[in-house]
Design a protein around this ligand. Structure first.
Ligand SMILES: Cc1cc2nc3c(=O)[nH]c(=O)nc-3n(C[C@H](O)[C@H](O)[C@H](O)COP(=O)(O)O)c2cc1C
Length: 293
């Protein structure tokens, strides 16, 4: 996955036994151009007991420090700390938070409209119903009702494969990672997706990092259902491209879309003839090729 070299090693003899402090450099240029990661590790004997990592994308252009310098400072501070209080380092200290152990579904539906009883929500309920009828487990996420904060671009997910922001996002990450179908139901807002859905898409960068750092894979197919006030194809140009970029970034295979316009006039998606069956059969079409996955 990446090229690893040990840059620096120091052995420290203490009354508790021998420790090693080392700096490992990973070339992550395959993930992003020029990306490197320094990992400073403390080993008690051969067992890793403490890990600190920093990557070059964490450091914004206007920053006063650079990645290598930080790794060097951490290395010398850790070397000093291990020598002065070795007992603290005889047990592993783990700082990563696991994803929730429960809550996996075959079909995950991201409902992006703030209107609980609007057109996207209706489309989501048809998909949910269709999945359940086929004997699959399904979950609709009403994103606007969840506590999900915007990505802060810290890039620390590329160090350990987890995001430091504490909110409801781990739940979504867990379900997308284990689902076989992801449905995005969204209205068109100013030619693109509503802000809450965009926030979730950005935070899914974490999933991208999990794939690159931990080798986890998303193996789902993706379906887009978008609704717009105006008629014609034009309102969907940007939405389609945004949702496709989101899916492809995570390894979700875009496998269809249903685009429903003219809702400023129709108001209610149920009044547009044939749409319900079009949405249901678009989802059903994804059930059959499951053997391919
Ligand atoms: C803030 C906002 C921005 C919108 N922008 C667009 C737009 O750019 N193009 C369009 O065709 N419709 C636009 N619409 C109309 C919605 O896409 C339409 O009302 C849709 O049916 C709402 O979906 P919902 O019922 O799932 O909430 C906008 C609506 C709102 C509230």
């Amino acid at each position: 996955m990446s090229e690893s070299t040990t840059e620096k090693t120091l052995t420290i003899e203490t009354p508790e036994g021998a420790f090693t402090v080392r700096v490992i450099l990973d070339d992550l240029g395959e993930i992003y151009p020029g990306m490197v990661r320094y990992t400073v590790e403390v080993l008690y004997g051969t067992k890793p007991v403490y890990t600190y990592a920093i990557n070059s994308y964490e450091v914004p252009p206007g920053s006063l420090f650079d990645t290598r310098k930080v790794a060097e400072i951490v290395f010398s501070r850790l070397a000093h700390d291990v020598a002065s209080r070795p007992k603290t380092y005889t047990r592993p200290r783990v700082f990563t938070r696991p994803l929730p152990g429960r809550g996996t579904y075959d079909v995950v539906i991201l409902q992006g409209s703030p209107r609980r009883f609007g057109n996207s929500a209706r489309a989501a309920s048809w998909c949910d119903d269709e999945a359940v009828r086929a004997g699959l487990s399904s979950r609709v996420f009403f994103l606007q009702e969840m506590d999900i904060r915007p990505c802060i671009g810290c890039y620390t997910c590329y160090n350990y494969g987890y995001c430091p922001i504490e909110d409801d996002m781990p739940w979504i990450i867990q379900t997308i990672e284990s689902a076989s179908i992801i449905v995005v139901c969204t209205p068109v807002y100013t030619n693109t997706v509503p802000a809450d859905l965009k926030v979730v898409m950005d935070r899914c960068q974490w999933l991208h990092a999990r794939q690159k750092v931990l080798g986890k894979e998303v193996r789902a197919q993706g379906l887009l259902i978008a609704v717009a006030g105006r008629r014609g194809k034009e309102p969907f140009v940007c939405v389609t491209s945004v949702v496709e970029a989101f899916m492809k970034n995570l390894g979700i295979r875009p496998a269809g879309s249903v685009l429903v316009g003219d809702l400023d006039r129709a108001r209610d998606i149920r009044k547009i003839e044939g749409v319900e069956s079009e949405i249901r059969s678009a989802l059903r079409a994804l059930f059959e090729p499951r053997a391919e996955r």
